[in-house]
Design a protein around this ligand. Sequence first.
Ligand SMILES: Nc1ncnc2c1ncn2[C@@H]1O[C@H](COP(=O)(O)OP(=O)(O)OP(=O)(O)O)[C@@H](O)[C@H]1O
Ligand SMILES: [Mg+2]
Length: 313
Amino acid sequence: MDHAIEMEGVRKQFSSGLFRKRRTLALRGIDIQVPAGAFWGLLGPNGAGKTTLLSILSNLILPDSGTVRVLGRDVLSQGPEVYPRMNLSSGHANFLWSMNVRENLSYYAMLYGLSRPRRRERIDSLMDLFDLTPYARVKFDELSTGTKQKLALAKALINEPELLLLDEPTVGLDPDVSNRIREAIRRLHRDRGVTVLMTTHNMKEAQALCEQVAFIREGTIRAHGRPEDLKRSLGLGDAIEIVFRGILDREGLSRQPGVYSVRHGDASCRILVDDHHSRLPRIFDFLSSGRIEIQTVDIKEADLEEVFFAMAK
Ligand SMILES: Nc1ncnc2c1ncn2[C@@H]1O[C@H](COP(=O)(O)OP(=O)(O)OP(=O)(O)O)[C@@H](O)[C@H]1O
Ligand SMILES: [Mg+2]
């Protein structure tokens, strides 16, 4: 098996509203191939189709057309052969609210057919990994958001999956909990070779964890590749960081040739350009004609967030 995930021509339209007349084309022909053992990010604006794509991979919803192969099997016709080898965790976790942490994990462990001793051993080690032991007897609806998310991840690992689908695993978490969750995910991938497909709106997280990212917009994959290659293919050269005194005409600056975007604070700005060598003289002229006094200039590499904005345009 070369690919953990293969989707070809996958389309999905939702019908909703009065008489189910409102139609939303969530996926418009998705083709992706994620190699076994890879760590991929799925990025895109709200409503792009990320959760729909993960739900189709997990067979939670059916596509209208196209083929979906997971771990070398056709999900639609050979589902029962793949479910035990994969799992999904959502940052918007929804569990049986009246059951406590241990009961919830036991419930899923039973669904996956783990024997009683194996269940106990697995649950203990996952509760330990995600610092859930103190919450073992706390009901799901009494847990904080961060603890719910840790439970969602623990549940997703209960069957030791070869493929892990993560939908915004750190959304709404404080930096400390997010970092620990990221570290746990990174270790699973590195030490056990688990294939991961993760959605996130956090570009730093994607940059830190993902070997490749795919950009989805309006139900279509627009580009995929290593972040560095995407930057190059989009012609995103450098970010010029300037500390200045004065009042910046951001609009005017954004209109200068070769400028993709301008982010700025009170006394500093970051200008994303295709090539800083050729663009700097004109940018300096523009700033000095606006009575901006330049204090420092730094040239940095474009980051994934800038790739995202360029893709989302
Ligand atoms: N059950 C549903 N019924 C009707 N429309 C739906 C349903 N689920 C998703 N959609 C629509 O399909 C499109 C894709 O939604 P999806 O949840 O996959 O986006 P997403 O990329 O995960 O967005 P976000 O970043 O906000 O989580 C959206 O327009 C959404 O409104
Ligand atoms: Mg989503």
